[in-house]
Design a protein around this ligand. Structure first.
Ligand code: GLA
Length: 379
């Protein structure tokens, strides 16, 4: 669905003229499970987005209708009764509550939502929804926030209301994405640099179509592991540990925490090397870093799963593939691959057939284009 179609649907259904906002999903090229340790990440916003059409209504309540999920939910504003429901609506109500607490009191409205970002695919469907909803609710209440504030408020909504202790990568990317570029983000300073994607290669996302239960609780547990390791090493965050420090101090940590720390420390180094490689157009070096990242996430951080490992393996076997790795939080979701242009069609056919033959599951493969961050859709 395009913004124009959503606007039309809104007019037909409510007889009102809405404003329309979009916020993109993201694919992380490298740097997973580093953001909440103040580390480095290299994501790109993608062409798949969450769309929200909004118009005011007189009652102090929000009616949110999801077209893609065929569900709707109404809640009152500011009555202190908002509770987590464990559903998509948490991202809407959580954003409304968080905006109110942060000094952006919102007014009543109706939201018509349509998202193209697949749920559970590791492409940030929740962050894109949060950022699109926040943009719509703010505009509907005659307010605005700077993109950085918007990203931080949406992260807070997810941490405090939805109960997922995510880092800043996804919401930041949904706000700051740039067409044709990846973003190198320092998650401590929130400084970021655009890294243009080289021509002649494609970013292909291969959704395994599996999402293991426990993904949320395991995510929070990994974050705790990193916080404990940092405390034991006497630093603010694992970002402050160098490879040399870790080699000297690893024996001070329980074995599992030492592996968690090693992932974060080596991944931070890989992100910076990979960003340099991309700037030089050295796809071979970039792909090697991607492959090493997957191994580290699988063995040291233990957030991969059999289906992701198989998908990465199948991808790497194809001609013209520089590298492949799981992307996002893990425990299911997607593998991202960097594939030479002229090999991409064969890649799509072979990986689809190979994955289906091994698992009986039809995967979903998408060529992703780096897109712009959240914006109001005019016209
Ligand atoms: C999820 C979280 C992000 C990040 C990734 C892993 O997408 O929302 O903050 O931690 O997992 O890199």
């Amino acid at each position: 669905m395009t913004g124009r179609e959503l606007r039309e649907r809104f007019r037909e259904r409510f007889g009102l003229e809405p404003r329309v906002f979009r916020a993109p999903g993201r694919v992380n090229l490298i740097g997973d499970h580093t953001d909440y340790s103040d580390g480095f990440v290299l994501p790109a916003a993608i062409h798949l987005a969450a769309w929200v059409a909004v118009a005011a209504r007189p009652e102090p309540a929000v009616l949110a209708i999801s077209q893609n999920l065929a569900d709707e939910y109404a809640f009152s504003i500011g009555n202190g009764e908002a509770r987590r429901r464990g559903a998509w609506t948490d991202y809407v109500e959580g954003v409304a509550v968080t905006l109110g607490k942060a000094g952006f009191p919102i007014t009543g409205g109706v939201l018509l939502i349509d998202s193209e970002v697949p749920i559970g695919a590791g492409l940030s469907s929740s962050a894109s929804l949060e950022v699109a909803v926040a943009s719509a609710l703010l505009a509907n209440s005659g307010q605005a926030a700077e993109p950085l504030e918007l990203a931080l408020l949406c992260q807070r909504a997810e941490n405090e209301f939805a109960g997922m202790r995510c880092g800043i990568m996804d919401q930041f990317t949904a706000c700051f994405g740039r067409r044709g570029s990846a973003l190198l983000l320092d998650c401590r300073t929130l400084g970021h640099w655009l890294v243009p994607l080289p021509s002649g290669v494609r970013i292909v996302v291969c959704n395994t179509m599996v999402r293991h239960t426990l993904a949320g609780s395991e995510y929070n547990r990994r974050r705790e592991d990193c916080e404990t390791a940092a405390r034991l090493l006497g630093v603010k965050a694992l970002r402050d540990v160098s490879a040399a420090d870790l080699a000297r101090r690893a024996a001070d940590l329980p074995e599992q925490l030492a592996r968690r720390a090693r992932h974060v420390v080596t991944e931070n180094a890989r992100v910076r090397q990979a960003a340099d490689a991309l700037r030089r157009g050295d796809c071979t070096a970039f792909g090697s870093s991607m492959n090493e990242s997957h191994t580290s996430l699988r063995d040291d951080f233990e957030v991969s799963c059999a289906e992701l490992d198989l998908m990465a393996e199948l991808a790497r076997r194809q001609p013209g593939v520089y590298g492949a790795r799981m992307t996002g939080g893990g425990f299911g979701g997607s593998v991202v691959s960097l594939v030479e242009d002229q090999h991409v069609n064969r890649f799509l056919d072979e990986v689809t057939a190979g994955y289906r033959a091994s698992t009986g599951i039809a995967p979903d493969l998408t060529i992703c284009h780096a897109a712009a961050g959240a914006e109001e859709v005019l016209g």
